[in-house]
Design a protein around this ligand. Sequence first.
Ligand SMILES: Nc1ncnc2c1ncn2[C@@H]1O[C@H](COP(=O)(O)OP(=O)(O)O)[C@@H](O)[C@H]1O
Ligand SMILES: C=C(OP(=O)(O)O)C(=O)O
Length: 345
Amino acid sequence: MKTKIYGTIGPACCDTEMLVHLFEKGMTGIRINLSHADLEEADAWISGIHSAWSRLHDGTPEILIDLRGPELRIGTLGAERLLKEGDGLSLVADGQNNLFDPTEIPVPGTLLVALAPGQEILLDDGRIALKVEEQFRCGSSVAVECTVVRGGVLKSGKSIAAPGVEIQTPTLTERDYRNLARVKQCRITGVMLPFVRNQEDLKNLKEALINEDAGDIRIFAKIENLQGMEHLGELLPHCDEIVIARGDLGNAMPLAKLPCAQEEIAAQCRKHGRAFMVVTQMLASMEHRAVPTRAEVSDIFRAVQQGAASVMLTGETAVGEYPLEAMEVLVDTVREAEWYLEERR
Ligand SMILES: Nc1ncnc2c1ncn2[C@@H]1O[C@H](COP(=O)(O)OP(=O)(O)O)[C@@H](O)[C@H]1O
Ligand SMILES: C=C(OP(=O)(O)O)C(=O)O
């Protein structure tokens, strides 16, 4: 079976003509990351995806939505922030921050109370790292003073992780339920659930889909932390596809262990006949360059060799400077790998 190839829609590729070109290159489906937009806001994009697809193919395109679920994200910043090593800043409960104070970062209040001095904080898939100095009271809630350990530019809505800290959050947010209410009318074909922790999370999602008369929509379980990895066996029967979400999963362990984790998840999926997707930073250098690195094309080959049912681009198509070139490299490398592995059989 041919590997499915997804892109992530974003400002860099949402134009209908661009979507036509992406489908022409061989993209087989698209993901809408609902951490950055609601399904209602993405209405025009969805029409564009359908009309681009219908210019080339019969039937309907595969459209996946990626819910918020138990995932933690920073809130809205007044402007992007350059964080420099050694800088001090405060993490403040989302909604209680001053939007224009460059030293305040809005984060989920549930996370703040669980942060002790010395705790490592990773932002934007670990590109930026902070160390917690101390907790202090801020209005009716707590805030946390941090020092920047690894700097970078921070934008609104990026991921935030506190390795080793577990936070009890429900499977689905109110916003997720609002988005799920629209999946049928938007002709969504798959739903991704981030940070799946146990089979209950997947059962809750299934129930919510059934309540929307959408029980046939495929469920993608994103493995993004150690809890998800530990419970992989119980997740397999309750989803249609496992997603090896290397961005966040890479925050949960030393990066040197990430390829081992990928192989371990892939092996379990192969053993139990469950489809899996490999995603994140497959062609990260192509966000800003028209050619990939040798290491990136080898990574794509490896995913196909491991038996991935799907692969997906994220920032490369959502915000990259070369979405079409990146899609072409992904499609060509996947198809070449498939051909080579088939020939050698
Ligand atoms: N629907 C969207 N609207 C605006 N920007 C988006 C959207 N989806 C993605 N992006 C941008 O593209 C980046 C990479 O996409 P993705 O990997 O899906 O997000 P993230 O890494 O934040 O989970 C995001 O961080 C965000 O800046
Ligand atoms: C695909 C991933 O999820 P997101 O883009 O939501 O961070 C990931 O973490 O690898």
